[in-house]
Design a protein around this ligand. Structure first.
Ligand SMILES: [Zn+2]
Length: 153
C-alpha cells in the first residue's frame, strides 16, 4: 500500500480528511480576501463551493459574480462549461440571489502544487460533512488516486 501511495506521490498516512482541522489551525492569523489561497462560497440555501486562486480571493469572487450576471442576461442555464462558475449556475437555476453568497478564506497559499493539494483536501473535507457541495469532483481532483479513494469510500 505504501508503494502504491508513493507511485501517486503520496506518503502513507499523509493527511486523512480528519486532519483538515490541524491544517486550519496553522492558517494565517489575519484572514483576508485580499490574499490568494483556498476559499469557500456559501449560498443562502447552504450549498457550498470550494475554490482556489493565485490572485486575490476578492478578485476571483468578482469573476463568480460576473458569471452570474452574464448568465442572468443570457438566461442560458444549460451552459455547463467548466469556465463558468458552478455557484453562479446554481444560483440561477435555483433562483437564489448571488448577492447573498458569502465568501470565506479557508487557507492562505501561493499558486502551485501545494495549493492544488490543499484544495483537494478541503473539498474532500466539506464533501465528507455534507452533500451540499457543488464542486465537480471529476474536474477538481488533479490526482486520480484521491478520486479513486473518494469514489470507493
Ligand atoms: Zn442556493
Amino acid at each position: 500500500m505504501a508503494n502504491e501511495l508513493k507511485k501517486y506521490g503520496y506518503r502513507a498516512g499523509f493527511y486523512p480528511v480528519t486532519q483538515v482541522k490541524n491544517i486550519s489551525a496553522l492558517k494565517d492569523p489575519i484572514p483576508s480576501l485580499e490574499k490568494s489561497g483556498i476559499y469557500k462560497l456559501e449560498c443562502q440555501c447552504g450549498d457550498q463551493y470550494i475554490g482556489q486562486t493565485g490572485r486575490s480571493i476578492k478578485t476571483r469572487f468578482k469573476e463568480h459574480l460576473r458569471d452570474y450576471k452574464s448568465l442572468l442576461k443570457n438566461s442560458n442555464t444549460n451552459n455547463s462549461s467548466n469556465s463558468v462558475s458552478a455557484m453562479a449556475q446554481h444560483c440561477l437555476q435555483n433562483n437564489h440571489n448571488f448577492n447573498n453568497v458569502v465568501v470565506n478564506q479557508l487557507h492562505f497559499g501561493e499558486k502551485g502544487r501545494r495549493l492544488n493539494r490543499l484544495e483537494e483536501i478541503y473539498t474532500l473535507h466539506y464533501l465528507s460533512m455534507s452533500n451540499k457541495v457543488l464542486n465537480d469532483t471529476d474536474c477538481i481532483f488533479y490526482n486520480n488516486f484521491i478520486r479513486f479513494m473518494f469514489k470507493n469510500d
